[in-house]
Design a protein around this ligand. Sequence first.
Ligand SMILES: *[C@@H]1O[C@H](CO)[C@@H](O)[C@H](O)[C@H]1NC(C)=O
Ligand SMILES: *[C@@H]1O[C@H](CO)[C@@H](O)[C@H](O)[C@H]1NC(C)=O
Ligand SMILES: *[C@@H]1O[C@H](CO)[C@@H](O)[C@H](O)[C@H]1NC(C)=O
Length: 299
Amino acid sequence: MGSSERWMLWTLCVWFTSQETVALRVTMRESSLEVVQGDFVVLPCSFFTSSPLSRLNIIWTLSPFFSPETPIQVIVYDHGQVIEDPSLIGRVGFTGLPWSADIVLNDTRVSDAGVYRCMVNNPPETADPGIGELVLSVLAPPSLPVCQWDGNIDSGGSVTLSCSVAEGLPTPEIRWDKLNPEEFSLPINMDGDRSGSVQIVNVSSQTSGLYRCSATNLLGTENCYVNLSIYSTPDTSSGMLQGVLLTLTMSLVLLVLMVLLLWLHRMGQSRRQREGKEEEEGCYNEIRYTASLMKRSFV
Ligand SMILES: *[C@@H]1O[C@H](CO)[C@@H](O)[C@H](O)[C@H]1NC(C)=O
Ligand SMILES: *[C@@H]1O[C@H](CO)[C@@H](O)[C@H](O)[C@H]1NC(C)=O
Ligand SMILES: *[C@@H]1O[C@H](CO)[C@@H](O)[C@H](O)[C@H]1NC(C)=O
């Protein structure tokens, strides 16, 4: 290798190194972060620059998971001034200006989840790249699930119990249990990652009872309930028939008893009439007869 070649190599090296040191570079110390709803989180964004920081400009944007098409400017640092998005005032702030672009997000909400981008410029320096990205997930307990039932609650019909939960991260697990008269869990079909249903075919009176759907993740559990009453139509009609039969039988027995009583009464009367005639021999009988005797002797 000749000395001129060596010199060219050295020049190239210097040129590349200087290019690297001159260009502003943004590095994200994390590519994804998790925070529990309500806690604070620091979103880190470091940059390296060799120019004075008098014209430093930082912009943080968020593409929320629930509306990725409408990103917002979370916070901006420009000409020594900090401007926050109106929806985040009081909750967001820079932590290390002007040496770092880190921000803190206080009192986090589910709506804060999304893709955050940190853009740093420090003219006249070029940026390579001047932008970094991180994904923020906000962990939250399940919201109150919604329980519904559908179908035919006449005996022999089929009923579907369904349950869905709108919020919660990690995705809540859904389960259905029957609570009374005895407790057991039911096989569940997932209709999506946040809703599950149970189908009960050929329902009977044993199907009646209280059912619970629970949505659970590591941050908590929420329940909703369905109280199912199965109308056992064949049972009621046979019950009614039995009732009618019972009433008829009882009426018949009453009628027989009344006839018997009437007959006995008649018998008694006719005997008394006869006994009245043969009164003199009847003194062994009753006080009434004695009284009538006394009356008679008195007269
Ligand atoms: C965030 O909360 C901490 C501690 O409660 C507080 O010191 C800080 O000022 C808050 N930052 C913002 C931007 O509200
Ligand atoms: C429905 O259940 C009843 C008893 O609960 C049973 O006698 C009948 O065979 C069942 N019908 C069907 C179609 O499974
Ligand atoms: C469920 O319904 C039955 C009858 O309608 C009622 O007796 C029972 O108290 C209910 N249970 C609950 C927990 O609401």
